[in-house]
Ligand binder design. Structure first.
Ligand code: ADP
Ligand code: MG
Length: 243
């Protein structure tokens, strides 16, 4: 079986600073893998290397069997199959919610306006913000904006969704709505790689949890193991701080 994501001996330097020190892991189709770890451990950099927002210094990244790190790879084509949701929602403030979910479909996928609108409305409905279609991002709560950002990513029909701390910028009472949408996506079989501090979500939804510290994977396994009964002192110390 082709892995949805395969990372082999990934290293990333920023100048002299080695931020990823040899990362290996895979995500299979339909799996949810949560990446946890302290601030500065390289989680965002890892995620950004999966869709080449950062260029790996060494090592290989495969998405659906296609090597993105191959100099001849069609990066744009490969990226089209990967959706990404950030901590900051990055919606266009001058476009309505509906337009925000349509624009990349039209510009990147070349969909016609009618088709893009139908798909945008389907996805806004799916994340529970259809009634805000004509509003501007500034008129929405953070939780609603983040759900629009998820709808925007889904409208591109990704095979894989990357989430980088999607709830970290939200007021606590808005976190649940976003996690509910992510849980639903997971149940529908979406392949997801999720950096999160939401241990409840990781425990319940993840097939596997990866604990990173200092640019390496310290341990990984089933959530009940890594979160419930970690083997390493570094994992225990981290969990002690966040739980
Ligand atoms: P995390 O997401 O786990 O908090 P990051 O991947 O954001 O960690 O950062 C890991 C390390 O890489 C940090 O020391 C950070 O300062 C550094 N870093 C991240 N992005 C850059 C960049 N664009 N340029 C220089 N250093 C960076
Ligand atoms: Mg980060």
């Amino acid at each position: 079986m082709t892995h949805a994501v395969e990372i082999r001996d990934l290293h990333k330097y920023f100048g002299d600073n080695e931020v990823l020190k040899g990362i290996d892991f895979t995500v299979d189709p339909g799996q949810v893998v949560c990446v946890i770890g302290p601030s500065g451990s390289g989680k965002s950099t890892l995620l950004r290397c999966v869709n080449l927002l950062e260029t790996p210094t060494k090592g290989q990244v495969f998405v659906n069997g296609m090597e993105l790190t191959d100099p001849d790879a069609d990066i744009d084509a490969a990226r089209r199959h990967v959706g990404m949701v950030f901590q900051q929602f990055n919606l266009f403030p001058h476009l309505t919610v509906l337009q925000n979910v349509m624009i990349a479909q039209q510009r990147v996928l070349g969909r016609r306006k009618n088709e893009a609108e139908i798909i945008a409305r389907e996805n806004l409905n799916k994340v529970g913000v259809a009634e805000k279609s004509d509003a501007y991002p500034g008129q929405l709560s953070g939780g609603q904006q983040q759900r629009v950002a998820i709808a925007r990513a889904l409208a591109m029909n990704p095979d894989l969704m990357l989430f980088d701390e999607p709830t970290s910028a939200l007021d606590p009472e808005l976190v649940g709505d976003v996690l509910t949408v992510m849980r639903k996506l997971a149940e529908e079989g979406m392949t997801m790689l999720v950096v999160t501090h939401e241990m409840g979500f990781a425990r319940e939804v993840a097939d596997r949890v990866v604990f990173m510290d200092g640019g390496v994977i310290v341990e990984e396994g089933e959530p009940a193991k890594v979160i419930g009964n970690p083997s390493h002192e570094r994992t225990r110390a981290f969990l002690h701080r966040v739980l």
